[in-house]
Design a protein around this ligand. Sequence first.
Ligand code: ADP
Length: 444
Amino acid sequence: MINRWLVFAACMFAGGGLGLWAASEHGLVAGLFAAAVAWLAIDSFYVSRLLRWLRGEQNNDTPAVIANAIPHIPGVWGETIDRVRRLLKDRDHQYWESQARLDEFLAAMQASPSGVVLLDAQGRIEWCNHIATQHFGFDVQRDMSQHIANLVREPAFNTYMSGNDFSRDVVIPGSFSTPARPVKLSVHAHAYGKGRKLLLSRDITAVELADAMRRDFVANVSHEIRTPLTVLSGFIETLQTLPLKEPERIRYLSLMAQQSLRMQTLVNDLLTLSRLEGSPFPEANGWMTTSALLAQCEQEVRALSQVLAPQGHRIEFDNGPACELAGVQAELYSAMSNLVANAIRYTPDTGLVRVSWKMLEDGRGEFKVKDSGPGIAPEHLPRLTERFYRIDRSRSRETGGTGLGLAIVKHVAQRHGAELHIESQLGQGSCFSIIFPAVRVRQL
Ligand code: ADP
């Protein structure tokens, strides 16, 4: 500031001195006046340049435009400009930094596997991520600033939001839920700021389904074990309390053996299933011949047919070309023998069971079991591989079935990258085939 006064004084001194030299006392006054006006004019010129630059800044020009337009002014105005420029630069820096942080934060919320909705104090949508648009069926352009109650019309949700008790979540149907494909959402609100709310939504359809399946599974296992157990304990009580004759005792003991065998088979199948689910997928390097697998199946199936069908079945085996299959031998044998045993168990006496192996044109291998049994109605086909799903319960039990055979076959096929195909029509017999991928099959 002192410089400014010094410059002003120098101007006045120069103007006054010049006036005095040119026209004595009158000249001194005129010179001082002229110097003051000149100083004021120059100063005003600098101020107007400064103002023009500042107005450019207020017009929200970009930082680059503003930086280029900085006027070069000496003295105190120049210093003012310099300081203002530095302040503006700092402000720009802070602005871009907070903008970048906001962008990162929003990107993180976009990446969240849960739906995220931000509501203002009035319950209007301020922001939501992509998952939330799918869960609630929002349109990002159309529905911003809309009240959430106008968009999510589920009564349970509206009661939850108006209840202001956000210690738990609420379960509602998702926007694309249909009776055929129900979608369930868990929505949890969290209050923050001044009356604002954060809504988190999760698709819990799969979790609920898994829960229901687990409950069904436990109920089924308990039921399957309880029945033979009840029979067994009944016989034990009879044997303990009644003086039975030898033939009766032998008959009871044989029935007891049957029931305990049934429980043993069930436990074995359950253990097989849990092993299949819990172990890693087998490598494609343990090779075995298909003829050996089929021979093993044939032996078992002929014995089973003798036990179940007094007049026997017509059993045909076509081993096809000499091939090798890669996988776990015990698993592959279990899958194949389950299919062959089912064909025998569900096909009446004298019926035809054909088992074959062949190479397909694309290098894959097909194991096929065809029978002339009762066939399966189309509505049952999609559910056959579910655990404990049976069409004819009594036939399954009579023939020693556990209801887990096809579930085991499906798991083994999946673990070996193979596909299980079931074709059947009521009264026309059934055809079950496992098609192995080319990487697991080689012709010798
Ligand atoms: P199960 O031990 O009861 O045979 P599976 O899982 O092996 O259990 O089979 C499921 C159901 O599929 C069986 O209960 C039966 O109703 C039906 N099924 C399986 N194979 C055949 C077949 N070859 N012919 C007719 N029905 C079959």
